[in-house]
Design a binder for this molecule. Structure first.
Ligand code: PMP
Length: 422
């Protein structure tokens, strides 16, 4: 069990010292003790985070003692499984501070959430000559569904460029926004550079033009306190596997008015009110968008993951990750021949870099031999790479279970690469 110190009481935030014991948290993650990763630095949590015992236990408990199909059963076990599924939905509602749990739709992940909105909202409300604003920071999963929509309906994609530091050029955003803008889709945190765009301001500006906004929270939800009411976003998506939960489960939040106005995007069981060959009527949201048997154990696991991170305190986790990012960044900057990509003022704990003369894939392989697991390549964000004219980067991403030891291993691995390529 993780034992962590309570939050330091009522200290002014400028001198706030996060009370977070990463060493204790590591003990919650059994995989970190297995031979394949023990003693090594796992710095690829932005791709997918490891799972604490609390999540593994919840999934096992679901299958061992509380499993049946949900919603349709008239027997006790099905009622129990249904209750757990709906409790999980309400937990997500609290996590995002949504108004109602009917605004929370379970999907396979962030990607499916974006696709759902592109089909169900996009096909109905976006048409010929309308414009969709994206940014150069987006992951492919927040680009391609909009391109497919644009092709279907004859809309145009307008991307907001970034500057050398990886910040969105807000003057360009302002210039692109206009009466033809129907939707803005922007990441809460860039997976390639770590940039945190000023999403609240962007939402306000989009709303002033009558456009709706989708926030891709795949990298936001694991690191930032999300409040969809305060953000006032129209849609928010995230993936369970990046918040220490199971893969194959994710969330789409949508404002109720939108969800009521949107048609279903997939048909099947559980999303209907009545079916006949003459006419079928649909269930209200969220069921309208959840055709078929959902990922029942995934929802339970996601609820346990939410309990886990909120128990540790998202602010504590973020402060811990940030201190590792700062240390790693400062040390990297001192190494000649290392170039950091993404120096935005506000960043998630992601460090993207290149080492002179070495291809990112070679760096990744050499790092692996020296006990450091990172991602190398374009990170499914090719427009960012194109912006810098590079094939990809090496990306180290920090999670709650990383420590200064991992930073030391990372820096040592950079030295090894430099020795090989000197
Ligand atoms: N957006 C961002 C910013 C991401 O980092 C990712 C995953 N790498 C996604 C969307 C897609 O998430 P998933 O693959 O879990 O659907």
């Amino acid at each position: 069990m993780n034992t962590f110190a309570p939050l330091a009481a009522a200290r002014p935030s400028s001198v706030f010292v996060p009370a977070f014991d990463a060493e204790a948290a590591r003990r919650d993650f059994p995989i970190l003790a297995t031979p394949v990763i023990h003693g090594r630095a796992f710095l690829d949590s932005a791709a997918s985070a490891q799972k604490p015992m609390q999540v593994i236990d919840a999934v096992r408990r679901c299958y061992e003692a509380e499993y049946a199909n949900i919603h349709r059963g008239v027997y006790e076990l099905s009622a129990l499984a249904t209750k757990n599924f709906e409790v999980a939905r309400d937990k997500v509602r609290t996590f995002l501070n949504a108004r109602e749990s009917s605004e929370i739709i379970f999907v396979r992940g962030g990607t499916e959430g974006v696709n759902l909105v592109a089909y169900a909202y996009g096909d109905k409300f976006i048409g010929e000559g309308d414009e969709i604003i994206l940014t150069y920071l987006e992951h492919h999963s927040n680009i391609v569904p909009w391109q497919l929509l644009a092709e279907r309906v004859g809309a145009k994609i307008r991307p907001v460029p970034i500057d050398d530091a990886g910040e969105l050029i807000m003057e360009e955003y302002e210039r692109l926004l206009g009466p033809r803008t129907k939707l803005v889709a922007v990441t809460h945190a860039s997976n390639a550079l770590g940039t945190l765009p000023p999403v609240k301001q962007m939402i306000e500006m989009a709303h002033a033009q009558g456009a709706v906004v989708l926030i891709d929270g795949a990298q936001g939800a694991p690191h930032l306190k999300v409040d969809v009411q305060d953000l006032d976003c129209d849609f928010y998506v995230f993936s369970g596997h990046k918040v220490y939960g199971p893969s194959g489960i994710g969330v789409l939040y949508g404002k109720k008015a939108h969800l009521l106005a949107m048609p279903p995007w997939q048909g099947g069981g559980d999303m209907i009110e009545t079916v006949s060959f003459e006419k079928t009527t649909f269930a209200p949201p969220p069921n309208k968008f959840e055709a078929g048997t959902p990922h029942i154990s995934g929802a339970t696991g996601l609820a346990a993951a939410i309990d886990y991170v909120t128990g540790l305190g998202l602010e504590n986790i973020a402060a811990h990750e940030h201190s590792l990012l700062e240390e790693a960044t400062a040390r990297m900057r001192q190494i000649p021949g290392v170039r950091i990509y993404g120096e935005a003022k506000n960043k998630a704990a992601i460090l993207s870099f290149m080492i002179d003369g070495a291809h990112p894939h070679d760096v990744g392989t050499i790092f692996d031999h020296h006990g450091v697991a990172v991602r190398a390549g374009h990170h499914c964000a090719q427009p960012v790479m194109e912006r810098y004219g590079i094939p990809g980067t090496v990306r180290a991403s920090f999670a709650l279970y990383n420590t200064r030891h991992d930073v030391n291993l990372l820096i040592e691995a950079v030295d090894k690469v430099k020795e090989i390529f000197k």
